[in-house]
Write a protein that binds this ligand. Structure first.
Ligand code: KIV
Ligand code: ZN
Length: 498
């Protein structure tokens, strides 16, 4: 028999929690709708008590999507549960995800409690949540480092209290695949009422084992997987949705998911773009090189028979092999078609504006690639929302010269200009920006990357600044890397003014 594995997506909760991944409400709804089209079964939309923004995101996502179950996270605390139930009131199929730490570390050093007391608190939380909604998932936090015998007692107790799903998180990403699989098997073999609930995996990637652990969990009987697009998440991230779904699809394990796999790439790109977090080129399934064969022997083999070197048909994950090459001679229709494949719906005046920007770019670059378009469209959306805009930038630099920069910014409608010197063109430009901004700004991190190959490439810059004891992230992209650097700096400063 082929069993269904439920896909629980936590990109908007565990994924969004990671530094730099924050989305605004419009972006969260865009991701939630894309997740619905992708066919996920459950969307974890936020942790309602943690902030008004998270509360609102659970409310708005509940209103915006129809098919998936909408889930809100809580601690095993009555107030958390009440707030989550309130946030979920518009969800057609609400779920409360409550739980508590179960490892010796959590019980003693985090919760200052005892194993029996923790079971009692878990059971009380499930019973309380059950007063508001029928579907209750219970997480046994840090289950990866808990003792199996104790974990089994906890699982049995929360199922008896009414939990419909029990989540076994490897919160710290500590387990090895055989250990995690054995833990799931132990629960299936030793919890008498296990048939009344679904066991869920939730694996973090601290040792790079998240996908392997999740698959080991499924292999041993878990029927829900908790995942994020591109594996985004705190520290080394969560389990990547695309990896687990394609591993299940590629192997005959007697299980399946309802994910519409040809939508994987565009959904992955949407998340990369909105979280400003591009995946590395060799990322499984969705990386730029995931289906690129560069060695002569491989190219020859693939041309003879794709399966010689490819285990997945690229079309199965949405890689469009026959992509139209966009150049300065391409028309609006070709651009719109390509943008649609990348997950953007742009028409009318917006398309005209994007088309003009595209033509400027195509004049600089011979061929405009997908990644260039992602940056181009993202740039317009970023610019539209900024409190400060870069108006012009002029730098003088070179060997045996002291670099200097003149920067003009539009601040609240007024154009202001300053000149400064520095160690290099970026440093000089940043010094000029700092002169224009009446705030103490500390640059904490600066990262510059190219997207494609070639000297005409877009440079993308991610920065992290500290202002008024708060950290802000900024992103900029341009074929001119100094402009990209200043855009990123201005983006971060703008955020500090919101
Ligand atoms: O990693 C974890 O333990 C979690 C729980 C809150 C589900 O994210
Ligand atoms: Zn987690």
């Amino acid at each position: 028999m082929n069993d269904k594995v439920f896909v629980f997506d936590t990109t908007l909760r565990d994924g969004e929690q990671a530094p730099g991944n924050q989305l605004n409400m419009v972006e969260k709804i865009e991701v939630a709708k894309a997740l619905e089209l992708l066919g996920v079964d459950i969307i974890e939309a936020g942790f309602p008590i943690s902030s008004p923004g998270d509360f609102d995101s659970v409310v708005q996502i509940s209103k915006a999507v129809t098919n998936p179950i909408i889930c809100g996270l809580t601690r095993a605390v009555q107030k958390d549960i009440e707030v989550a139930a309130d946030a979920l009131k518009y969800a057609k199929r609400p779920r409360i995800h409550t739980g508590i730490g179960v490892s010796p570390y959590h019980i003693v050093s985090k919760l200052n409690s005892t194993p029996e007391e923790i079971i009692r608190r878990g059971v009380d939380a499930v019973k309380y949540a059950k007063k508001f909604v029928e579907d209750i998932e219970f997480y046994c936090e840090d289950a990866g480092r808990s003792e199996n015998e104790y974990l089994a007692r906890m699982v049995e107790a929360v199922i008896a209290a009414g939990a419909t799903v029990v989540n076994i998180p490897d919160t710290t990403g500590y387990c090895l695949p055989h250990e995690y699989g054995a833990k799931i098997k132990y629960l299936i073999d030793n919890v008498p009422n296990i048939h009344k609930a679904i066991l869920s995996t939730h694996c973090h990637n601290d040792l790079g084992m998240a996908t392997a652990n999740t698959m080991s969990g499924v292999y041993n009987g878990a029927r829900q997987v908790e995942v994020t697009l591109n594996g985004v998440g705190e520290r080394a991230g969560n389990t990547a949705l695309e990896e687990v779904v394609m591993a299940i699809k590629s192997h005959k394990l007697g299980v399946y998911t309802d994910i519409v796999t040809p939508r994987i790439l565009q959904t992955s790109r949407l998340v990369q773009r909105l979280m400003k977090s591009p995946v590395q080129a060799n990322k499984a399934i969705v990386g730029k090189n995931a289906f690129a064969h560069s060695s002569g022997i491989h190219q020859d083999g693939v041309l003879k028979n794709r399966e010689n070197y490819e285990i997945i048909d690229p079309k199965d994950v949405g890689v469009d092999e026959s992509s139209i090459i966009l150049t300065a001679r391409s028309g609006r229709a070709a651009l719109r078609h390509r943008l649609e494949l990348l997950g953007f719906k742009i028409d009318g005046a917006d398309l005209d504006k994007t088309y003009q920007d595209f033509l400027h770019l195509a004049d600089v670059k011979k061929e405009v690639k997908d990644n260039d378009l992602l940056v181009l469209v993202g740039k317009e959306q970023r610019d539209a929302n900024r409190a400060i805009k870069l108006d012009s930038l002029q730098v003088v630099c070179g060997k045996s010269m002291i670099p200097s920069a003149t920067v003009s910014l539009i601040i609240q409608g007024e154009t202001k200009t300053e000149t400064a010197m520095g160690d290099g063109p970026v440093d000089a430009s940043y010094n000029a920006v700092k002169k224009l901004i009446d705030k103490e700004i500390k640059l904490l991190e600066f990262l510059i990357q190219g997207f494609n190959n070639g000297s005409d490439d877009f440079g993308q810059v991610n920065v992290q600044i500290e202002c008024n004891k708060t950290i802000y992230y900024g992103f900029g992209a341009d074929t001119d890397i100094v402009t990209a650097s200043v855009e990123a700096f201005v983006d971060a400063i703008s955020k500090s003014m919101e």
